[in-house]
Design a protein around this ligand. Sequence first.
Ligand SMILES: Nc1nc2c(c(=O)[nH]1)N(C=O)[C@@H](CNc1ccc(C(=O)N[C@@H](CCC(=O)O)C(=O)O)cc1)CN2
Ligand SMILES: Nc1ncnc2c1ncn2[C@@H]1O[C@H](COP(=O)(O)OP(=O)(O)OP(=O)(O)O)[C@@H](O)[C@H]1O
Length: 205
Amino acid sequence: MATQSQHTMAATPKTAKVALRKQAKALRAALPERYRLDAAERLSGHARPLLDSLTQGGTVGLYWPLDGELDSRFLLPLIDRLGLTAALPVVTDRDGPLIFRVFALGDPLKDGPFGTRQPGAEAPSVEPDMLFVPLLAFDAGCYRLGYGGGYYDRTLAGFTSVRAFGLAFSAQLVDIMPREPHDIPLHGVLTEEGLVLPGHRHPDI
Ligand SMILES: Nc1nc2c(c(=O)[nH]1)N(C=O)[C@@H](CNc1ccc(C(=O)N[C@@H](CCC(=O)O)C(=O)O)cc1)CN2
Ligand SMILES: Nc1ncnc2c1ncn2[C@@H]1O[C@H](COP(=O)(O)OP(=O)(O)OP(=O)(O)O)[C@@H](O)[C@H]1O
């Protein structure tokens, strides 16, 4: 795990986040390709009980991966087999929440801001029942650090009944997470080692 001295000494949570973002990006980028692939496959197994809890026709928000993010597309075949519908985030407004549009393997995508790929207006927009969220770092309370756009916090503030789980490599767990009033904790974080629930760890599911 990376040393945390740099960000724990920062003056405000905002500047501490800037320092932690840098460390977390470097740590995630250093994971070998083979490890990433194995982790995504193992994580799919741990996702099964969560997806099983949804009823047929339920919707699941994923993301098209950027940089070294854990690849959520591994979940698409399972989502399909369970009769669920996947959706991807769309940035509609730089300071607004994300919306989610239905996506299935093979559907066309367009370039979005920040190097994202997103479905077009022809794909129906949905409010997901379950959301899998990318992150740079998370803590044992399941607070997350993202790229700093605030998109997921704004989105979760508006989606009152969604269950949101981070997807991360276990190496992305940090001891101390700078926290601001708008930060919303996730219901859990799925890693290659299992599901981390706030305050607990269940390696078997
Ligand atoms: N895969 C993925 N999709 C996503 C997100 C995400 O974090 N990951 N988002 C999460 O909010 C939303 C898009 N917001 C984003 C905000 C900043 C950056 C980002 O890469 N920032 C770079 C600078 C890139 C640039 O300016 O061109 C950086 O901080 O290094 C990415 C996505 C919706 N879709
Ligand atoms: N619910 C909200 N309402 C209004 N503004 C918000 C809200 N949540 C976050 N923001 C804004 O977004 C900015 C960035 O937030 P933060 O640094 O927590 O982003 P992040 O969680 O790392 O990014 P992302 O969710 O895009 O991956 C905050 O400084 C704040 O101005």
